[in-house]
Write a protein that binds this ligand. Structure first.
Ligand code: GRG
Length: 289
């Protein structure tokens, strides 16, 4: 994990506009949001899936950087006063607090197309058609049928009682879509998997995507602000429906374990090359931050 994180930091440093290039303030804000923090779960997943598919790590580094830029943009916009209105992210002031609201909005606006730019500029697939397909996978994952759509449902659900299937639908989009994209794009950098194996990888991605959110909900009421590096207890304060508010803490923890088991089952026929994906399923469920 350490090696991937170091590699990603260097790649993102290189792919982001330098801080002295005009407009300096915007470029500094973009770098502030992306560099020097975060668990890098999505890049770790992309590298692990790439390893399973025999991918060239140089290709995976590009898709992982694109996914991480989308993720960083989503956090910046989510923290804005018009959305979640938060002041702490990754243990430091949120982008709009450190800079200003308009700059934070623009930083997110600029990170999103930069992700597609780097995916278009670097060869990550064996054919142009496959590369365009990968661009489309990322676009769908972060658009209204993916992350942004999930965020829309989230905003509309504040103060409402959602059923468990409704909550799951929201999170499959809001959090799960980008996690799935990280896994799928990492694997697509290689050519070692057939359609049936891809199906199993998708099952894995769906399980850990949901598990990630269940654990996020548990940590929101279970862990401190200092440990999380973001404000804890916000879901309850904002009357957001969560796995904990619907299922209770004990059942939510059990559900995370069930999803971890499902993820392992999906990988059961893969053997040794899926070892890192298995470890990441464990990390996602057992993490404390
Ligand atoms: C603004 C279009 C738009 C979407 C925002 C992802 C998201 C949608 C909002 C983030 C709010 C949130 C707390 C979601 C729950 C799960 C989640 C994505 C947590 C943050 O991801 P981590 O834990 O963050 O991977 P780090 O900082 O480790 O990268």
């Amino acid at each position: 994990m350490g090696a991937v994180r170091v590699r990603m930091e260097a790649a993102l440093q290189r792919l982001l506009p330098a801080p002295h290039i005009v407009p300096e303030r915007l470029h500094r804000a973009m770098r502030y949001c992306v560099l020097g923090g975060g668990k890098r779960v999505r890049p770790l997943l992309a590298f692990a899936a790439g390893e399973l598919a025999g991918a060239d790590p140089a290709r995976v580094e590009v898709v992982a950087s694109a996914v991480e830029m989308i993720h960083a943009y989503s956090l910046v916009h989510d923290d804005l006063p018009c959305m979640d209105d938060d002041v702490l992210r990754r243990g430091k002031p949120t982008c709009h607090v450190e800079f200003d609201e308009a700059t934070a909005m623009l930083a997110g606006d600029a990170l999103q197309p930069l992700a597609f730019q780097i995916l278009a500029e670097h060869v990550v697939a064996d054919s142009p058609a496959e590369q365009v397909e990968m661009l489309k996978i990322l676009a769908v994952a972060c658009g209204s049928r993916g992350m942004a759509g999930g965020q829309g449902i989230d905003l509309a659900s504040v103060g409402k009682a959602l059923s468990l299937p409704e909550l799951e639908f929201m999170h499959i989009h809001k959090t799960g879509a980008l996690i799935r994209a990280a896994v799928v794009l990492g694997a697509r950098c290689g050519r070692g998997l057939d359609a049936e194996q891809f199906g199993r990888l998708e099952r894995y991605a769906k399980s850990i995507g949901l598990a990630f959110q269940v654990v996020d909900d548990v940590l929101d009421c279970d862990a401190s602000t200092a440990t999380l590096g973001k404000t804890s207890g916000k879901d309850a304060a904002q009357e957001k429906p969560t796995y904990v508010s619907i299922l209770g803490l004990k059942r939510a923890r059990e559900l995370a374990e069930e999803l971890r088991a499902e993820a392992h089952t999906a990988l059961s026929s893969f053997d040794e090359p899926a070892a890192r994906l298995r470890e990441l399923a464990d990390f996602i469920v057992l993490r404390k931050f």
